[in-house]
Design a protein around this ligand. Structure first.
Ligand code: GDP
Ligand code: ADP
Length: 206
């Protein structure tokens, strides 16, 4: 499948800083839109239906999957998560750049469907720091943190399948790295599509 516009996929073990980084990136880049996923998990803290996620029941989620309404979906930490076609198709068809904040299983499914998608994996600087960030966020109980830390080992092993790896040690540096990847992809895309910009014409390039 191919649409105009770029598709970025950001994955990371829980607590690595993915949501905070993507939020900062969106604030810097008005041409980038994030996709709102569906999930069967319960809302956390201040989360709102339609803002962080579309919160659904397991039955509703499974019915959507059976009707083929997801580009990808996966079970993560015992809950279901998916990217609905409705969430991104119109925007991509319109030529907008879209970022998906999803797990590695979903990222690899997206790469199959959209080979031009740019897959970015966020790593924490250390296991200790990852655990501290999960604790510091303060909205997850200790048993859940334990589950996320053991899942993190499996998730991090997938980083090598991604196009880029960004280590989120210093937050602003990681945001800058993400911004550079987005920028580089836009330049590459423009060149590949022989986007006849004013510069191409002025230089009489073929
Ligand atoms: N495959 C897939 N994974 C998703 C989707 N939405 C969120 N996730 C992932 O599900 C995992 C759990 O997300 P969440 O419950 O918000 O917890 P957090 O990672 O602690 O912020 C994260 O790895 C998300 O990237 C989706 O639409 N598809
Ligand atoms: N570079 C960083 N240094 C210190 N703390 C960070 C950094 N990046 C994110 N955090 C903090 O770590 C916690 C987890 O970040 P979050 O964006 O919720 O992670 P994720 O979406 O990957 O689960 C949050 O409290 C966030 O403010």
């Amino acid at each position: 499948m191919e649409y105009p516009g770029n598709l970025f996929v950001v994955a990371a073990p829980s607590g690595a800083g993915k949501s905070s980084l993507v939020k900062a990136l969106l604030e810097l880049d008005s041409k980038l839109d994030v996709s709102i996923s569906h999930t069967s998990r319960a809302p956390r803290g201040q989360e709102q239906h339609g803002r962080e996620y579309w919160f659904t029941s397991v039955a509703e989620f499974r019915a959507m999957a059976e009707r083929g309404e997801f580009f990808e979906w996966a079970e993560v930490h015992s809950n279901l998560y998916g990217t609905s076609r409705a969430a991104i198709e119109a925007r991509m068809a319109h030529g907008d750049d879209v970022v998906l904040e999803i797990d590695f299983q979903g990222a690899l499914q997206i790469k199959q469907l959209f080979p031009y998608a740019v897959l970015i994996f966020i790593l924490p600087p250390s296991w200790e720091e990852l655990e501290q960030r999960l604790n510091r966020r303060g909205d997850t109980d200790p048993a859940v943190i334990h589950q996320r830390m053991s899942n993190a080992r499996i998730e991090v092993a997938q980083a090598q399948k991604f196009d880029f790896v960004v280590v989120n040690a210093v937050f602003d540096t990681a945001v800058f790295d993400l911004k550079s990847i987005v920028h580089a992809q836009r330049l590459k895309y423009a060149a590949q599509r022989r986007n006849r910009s004013a510069v191409f014409r002025a230089l009489e390039l073929p």
